[in-house]
Write a protein that binds this ligand. Structure first.
Ligand SMILES: *Cc1c(COP(=O)(O)O)cnc(C)c1O
Length: 366
């Protein structure tokens, strides 16, 4: 049974173990482990995949967001508009700069940023908007791009859950000024450890991120850029990611098949399945909604089926914020927080597995 886990990475990676071992062996034998040919090759392939001119490998997705924000000029005290239902990753990045997260509500239809709310939150201090393509969806980018342009704001895409999502022939990460990706092992494109990338088609921003990820160097040992750090993707992870990148579209298609099967099979008056479009959705997480979420979660658990909540705590309610956002009202985010439930969804899950989960939901007496 593969439904007692929300994801099964051993199944995922054992299917391509031989190729991964070959890539790892190549790196071990090369004697070169950081900032070498594997990173360069993966960066080139990933930029091309995303439809951008540059990808810059970094240590993880949270660093990718932070360095992207720094590259577009976000400084301490600047405001960055974001959502509160996306797991605090953006908040961590914004706060690391000393900038101020400004939280806006989401749309009930897809749980992504409500552009009208974003427009209302703009102040003279606003510097950037982070749009998180949550759960494998691709946000409707046209109104967001227009809003950012109108107010001279940087638009940063958080694509950690949306590798490969495509609309009008353009992939996630190619719409805004700059984008952040995570290659955490559970992501649609996952390393065998931590990894991330910043993607952009601006030569200037790319150069800035290349400097920021490596001590602020302009040339070796010349430190010209403040706000820098060491945040490198290593040769080993780059080599493993190069094995996986050509397989990403196939995996995303399998995820979509699973999502479509869930949508077709789940028939319960108390359960709402997500609206699924086309290839703008890469089914990173399959998130249903139910007013009696906790009871449904227990029912699934009692039948050996894993489920999870992404995410159980709004950013505005995290203990670290210390009540700072007590006056911020996010009614849709708050309502959704109590209703969302994530079902198993990963490429190796079979449609029979999906049917078992769907039947179990259908047999639940609410
Ligand atoms: C996973 C994730 C991140 C952070 O990536 P890490 O590599 O774990 O730092 C950022 N944003 C979203 C939406 C994510 O899902």
């Amino acid at each position: 049974m593969s439904i007692d886990k929300i994801n099964d990475l051993s199944l995922h990676n054992s299917a391509i173990a031989e190729a991964l071992h070959r890539a790892a062996g190549r790196v071990i034998d090369s004697g070169w482990y950081a900032m070498g040919p594997e990173v360069t090759a993966f960066e080139k392939a990933f930029a091309a995949y995303c439809g951008a001119t540059d990808a810059i490998g970094v240590a993880n997705g949270t660093d990718a967001i932070e360095l992207a924000l720094r590259a577009v000029g976000v400084n301490a005290g600047d405001e960055v508009i974001t959502v509160a239902n996306a797991g605090f990753y953006s908040s961590t990045a914004i706060r690391a700069i000393g900038a101020v997260p400004v939280y806006v509500d989401i749309q009930e239809s897809n749980l992504l940023m409500d552009v009208t709310c974003a427009a209302q939150a703009i102040t003279p201090k606003t510097k950037a908007i982070i749009i998180t393509h949550l759960f494998g969806q691709l946000a409707d980018m046209q109104p967001l791009c227009a809003l950012a342009k109108k107010h001279g704001l940087a638009l940063v895409e958080d694509c950690a859950q949306s590798h490969g999502a495509t609309a009008n022939g353009k992939r996630a990460g190619s719409f805004g000024d700059i984008a952040a990706f995570s290659f955490f092992p559970t992501k649609n494109l996952g390393a065998l450890g931590d990894g991330g990338a910043v993607v952009t088609s601006s030569e200037k921003l790319a150069a800035r991120v290349r400097s920021l990820r490596q001590y602020g160097w302009t040339t070796k040992y010349t430190v010209a850029d403040g706000g820098a750090r060491n945040s490198r993707l290593d040769e080993m992870q780059a080599a493993l990611l190069s094995v996986k990148l050509p397989l990403l579209d196939g995996w995303n298609e399998k995820r979509r098949q699973i999502a479509r099967r869930y949508a077709e099979k789940i028939q319960h008056t108390a359960v709402r399945v997500p609206a699924i479009g086309g290839i703008d959705y890469v089914a990173h997480l399959y998130v249903i909604r139910c007013a009696q979420r906790d009871a449904l979660k227990k029912h699934l658990h009692d039948h050996g089926i894993a489920s999870d909540i992404h995410y159980p705590i709004l950013d505005t309610q995290q203990p670290v914020t210390d009540g700072q956002y007590a006056a911020v009202a996010l009614p849709v985010s708050e309502k959704m927080r109590s209703e969302i439930l994530t079902l198993p969804c990963y490429p190796e899950l079979t449609l029979d597995d999906v049917d078992v989960v769907a039947n179990c939901i259908n047999n639940w007496v609410a």
